[in-house]
Design a protein around this ligand. Structure first.
Ligand code: SF4
Ligand code: SF4
Length: 308
């Protein structure tokens, strides 16, 4: 079996849904794309400066790199409890916590690579762009990566020291020229134009890294009942709407704890509960010391729910 096939089989055996492999040179234009994005929305410069290094040429940062492996894991195969919808981002809560292997087992895949003499490192790379270059899907006007099953998909990327190529051919129908549903669904105006955004207006940012603050250029009502993240621009998209979140497999203990995570109940929980049952599920968007961020967001969600 050729190496690309072995990697593909190992990815599937580790719980991923698909796998592509490209050359580092295939994303050599990514720094230029980021530069254009910053020029198009100058207010985003401060935010993107923080991630700019991920867009620099892979070979400069990993001189031993021969290929980039990118893996997808569909979140849409799981149910997402109704109590959590419009409050918690699905991508956060449907990503496995460190040490949990219910969706995919990244340690298993990494151990497989090590056992097969492959040097690897989890790559600080523009994953959505890499996924698109590997033929695993497309990037839509709301900036999210979509496979043929929609945008609720996790991406993982590895730099490896072996030369091989695996292109998939997943090419969902592109966005209709006239469609602006995602922009209209973005209450804060963050999604200000197709294929771009103002990160500092994004509710997902302010409920997580922004520590629950409402900056002076946004209004509290724009946060609706979001407690951690925001899915509005994905939920509004016709390419996601056919998905029924009542169907599929259960994920972890979400259904058992969902009733404790509604805004009023969340305020009654201990710091320990918030750390283990909520923050640990946010895919590193909140830190263990952020228990009060959750409470700030829950209090605002209650006010907004009352005013809705
Ligand atoms: S996540 Fe929410 S706030 Fe951010 S761009 Fe999408 S709809 Fe707008
Ligand atoms: S809502 Fe319309 S424009 Fe936005 S990503 Fe979906 S199809 Fe594209």
């Amino acid at each position: 079996m050729e190496l690309f096939q072995e990697i593909y089989e190992a990815a599937l055996a580790s719980g991923y849904d698909n796998c592509g492999i490209i050359a580092p040179e295939d994303i050599s234009d990514s720094a230029a794309l980021l530069k254009k994005r910053m020029e198009d929305v100058p207010s985003s410069i401060g935010f993107y400066e923080g991630v700019k290094a991920n867009y620099e040429p892979v070979k400069e940062r990993y001189p031993w790199a021969k290929s980039i492996v990118v893996l997808t894991a569909e979140h849409g195969k799981y149910r997402f409890p109704p109590e959590l919808r419009k409050r918690y981002a699905k991508a956060f809560f449907l990503s496995p916590e460190e040490g949990h292997t219910e969706a995919y087992d990244h340690r298993k895949f990494e151990n497989w690579m090590t056992a097969h003499g492959i040097r690897w490192e989890e790559g600080h790379i523009p994953l959505r762009y890499v996924g698109m270059k590997a033929g695993l899907g497309i990037i839509r006007k709301n900036n999210f990566f979509y496979t043929d099953k929609g945008s609720f998909v996790g991406l993982t990327g590895y730099i490896i020291d072996r030369e091989c190529v695996l292109h998939q051919n997943i090419s969902p129908r592109p966005c209709a020229d006239a469609c602006t549903l995602c922009q209209k669904a973005c209450r804060s105006g963050s999604l200000c134009a197709p294929y771009t955004m103002e990160p500092m207006r994004c509710i997902s940012f302010w409920t997580t890294f922004g520590k629950g603050n409402v900056p002076p250029f946004l209004e509290e009502s724009m946060f609706e009942e979001w407690i951690c993240g925001c899915d509005n621009c994905q939920d509004a998209c016709p390419h996601n709407r056919r998905h029924n979140w009542d169907e599929g497999e259960p994920f972890s203990d979400l259904e058992e704890i969902a009733s404790k995570l509604v805004p009023g109940k969340l305020l009654e929980q201990t710091d320990e509960f918030l750390r283990t049952e909520v923050i640990a599920k946010t895919d590193n968007h909140l830190m263990p010391e952020d228990t009060n961020v959750l409470r700030i967001n829950a209090e605002r969600a209650i006010r907004n729910g009352q005013n809705a």
